[in-house]
Design a protein around this ligand. Structure first.
Ligand code: DX5
Ligand code: ZN
Length: 213
């Protein structure tokens, strides 16, 4: 299992030290939640702060866009050269075009699905995607309760991936902890995002290690 701590739960007054600490504690990616106050009822950080995060990080960035105007935000964050940019399928009229745009920047494209969104929405995009991000909470806030239906959804997505013989990874975001990590593994998940569980602990290394199943 690869671990991507969400910096939404980090101490923003001490952000550089927090980024260095999770990278040294053995995380695989640094998950950055970009919220615009329109697609979700919360507002986070823009390219100035994300550039500072990228400078401090020794692990690649995983940018999760929760915004209304995806193309505008892709253009804004692409120069930071994250490993992944994911956008919500619920908010995109031309996902295939946007996937190509992200790839043309040399970035791995990913699509995010809200808890209610069916896998059929990405079935014919799967071969073009490096990752699918399944939300296991309603997007907008850290520290929410895990929605267990994501387990069935992930297992079905894994089946779809195998049937289509593609290499797309499955990432799950929201409410992940040491209690549900084994079930997530069994459901075919490759990467978990964990905000509150990692940053709420007093030993980041131990918290990250406990998710590496
Ligand atoms: C929610 C964000 C998540 C969130 C996860 O909108 O996408 O990345 O920070 O936080 P936890 O792990 O606390 O649920
Ligand atoms: Zn996220």
């Amino acid at each position: 299992m690869l671990i991507a701590p969400s910096i939404l739960s980090a101490d923003f007054g001490n952000l550089k030290a927090e980024i260095i600490a999770i990278c040294e504690a053995g995380c695989d990616l640094v998950h950055v939640d970009v919220m615009d106050g329109h697609f979700v009822p919360n507002l986070t950080i823009g390219p100035v702060v994300v550039s500072a995060v990228a400078k401090a990080a020794t692990k690649p960035l995983d940018i999760h866009l929760m915004v209304e105007n995806n193309t505008f935000f892709v253009d804004l964050f692409a120069p930071i050269k994250p490993k992944y940019i994911s956008f919500h399928i619920e908010e995109e009229k031309h996902p295939h075009r946007l996937i190509q745009k992200i790839r043309d920047y040399g970035i791995s494209p990913a699509i995010t699905l809200n808890p209610h969104t069916s896998l059929s929405s990405i079935e014919y995009l799967l071969e073009d995607l490096d990752m699918v991000l399944l939300m296991s909470v309603n997007p907008g806030f850290g520290g929410q309760k895990f929605i267990p239906s994501v387990l069935e959804k992930s297992a079905a997505l894994k089946e779809m991936i195998l049937r289509k013989n593609v290499k797309t990874l499955i990432e799950v975001d929201g409410g992940v902890n040491d209690k549900n990590i084994l079930e997530l593994k069994k459901a075919g998940v490759d990467i978990v995002v964990a905000g509150n569980y990692v940053f709420g602990s007093n030993d980041y290394q131990k918290a990250i290690a406990s998710l590496k199943v």
